[in-house]
Design a protein around this ligand. Structure first.
Ligand code: AHM
Ligand code: MG
Length: 337
């Protein structure tokens, strides 16, 4: 069998298809290398470093959430790996209040890298899969990449997005706007090898993912939609649904890429003031790009996620994404209201 490594896939996307240039290829390779380092750190678990690498870091991030040691470590791995290659104009991370400027001693490139270094980190201490999510934009000419404004671009302007899953196997899922591909880390060789091409999300599903404990706090359209799912065969949908909730978005989205489904983190009255739970730039946009490239859909309930013009680096929004027809039904409930 022809083994296609990530490097070879990227060279073919550049040379034969002209989908990416050399800088974007380098950027994605460096991101994948950083994900490998994070996978190794996570794999050490309670054995890693002085005092282990599990548990709280003792600090809060910009959003006032307690950081895990691995949140901080993964963020550092990403910054260090990506700042010297000459392909980036700047970086922004879920874990940092302000953009990270590329040090003057390194050349600057045209791309902006946005990332959630460790998504689902509340799962770390219980040995459940977590991941990394990233999104790539072009820095607009005249914009200052050390300022938040440069990063406030609609998701439709992403040139690449992807995520890594640190689970029983380490996976690297990628789109450069030419469909979605998945690579599996060959631990002996230390390289990502293509294991799935042209991933397609089935348009229909019988599976949904949502944190049901928040149901009483949701807005009426979401309550009505989920009630329809829960009523199963006897309800208006005429079929029984199954539910899954890993509480690591990467894993819940990866399941949807694998067998379909709908993933939702709606607005609820506890988090209304902050606009939602998931972050537009680091979580919703990259996942929306991947899901749409795989034939699925991604909406807030009122508009397509990738059409939103961001207003802040850490803006949060409601998210409904996955199987196309199911997302359309959830959106229909919101439009009726
Ligand atoms: P994080 O980036 O701080 O880990 O937060 C995002 C995570 C998502 O991965 C997941 O879907 C969600 O938060 C789970 O939230 P909850 O614990 O409310 O179910
Ligand atoms: Mg996250």
């Amino acid at each position: 069998m022809r083994r296609i490594t990530l490097s070879r896939y990227l060279i073919e996307e550049q040379r034969e298809k002209g989908k990416i240039n050399a800088d974007l290829r380098l950027l994605i390779e460096v991101v994948a290398r950083a994900c490998k380092s994070i996978a190794i750190a996570i794999g050490k678990g309670g054995l890693g470093g002085e005092g282990g690498i599990l548990g709280e870091a003792g600090s809060d991030n910009v959003q006032g959430e307690a950081q895990k040691k691995l949140d901080v470590l993964s963020n550092e791995i990403f910054l260090e790996a990506n700042e010297w290659g000459g392909h980036l104009a700047g970086m922004a991370s879920e874990e940092m209040e302000l953009p990270h400027a590329i040090p003057n001693r390194y050349p600057q490139g045209e791309y902006l890298l946005l990332f959630d270094p460790l998504d689902g980190s509340s799962n770390i201490d219980i040995n459940v899969s977590v991941g990394t999510i990233f999104s790539v934009l072009r820095c607009t000419e005249g914009d200052d990449p050390t300022q938040a404004n440069a990063f406030l671009q609609a998701g439709t302007r992403q040139v690449a997005a992807g995520y890594a899953v640190y689970g029983p196997t380490t996976l690297f899922v990628l789109t450069v706007g030419d469909g979605v591909v998945c690579f599996t880390l060959d631990r002996e060789l230390g390289s990502f090898v293509l294991t799935q091409e042209n991933i397609q999300i089935p348009h229909d599903t019988k599976e949904f993912a949502i944190n049901m404990s928040n149901m009483r706090f949701w807005e009426p359209p979401m309550q009505r939609y989920v009630n329809d799912l829960l009523s199963g065969k006897e309800g208006p949908r005429g079929k029984d649904f199954n539910m899954r909730w890993v509480a690591s978005m990467v894993v819940d989205v990866h399941r949807i890429l694998t067998r379909g489904g709908v993933f939702m983190y709606p607005l609820d009255s506890k988090i209304a003031a902050q606009g939602g739970k998931l972050r537009l730039l680091y979580e919703a946009n990259p996942m929306a790009f991947i899901v749409e490239q795989a034939g699925g859909a991604a909406s807030t309930g009122h508009c397509n996620i990738m059409d939103i013009q961001p207003s802040g680096l850490h803006q949060r929004i409601p998210v409904i994404l996955g199987s196309k027809n199911e997302v359309a039904l959830a959106v229909a409930h919101h439009l009726k209201d």
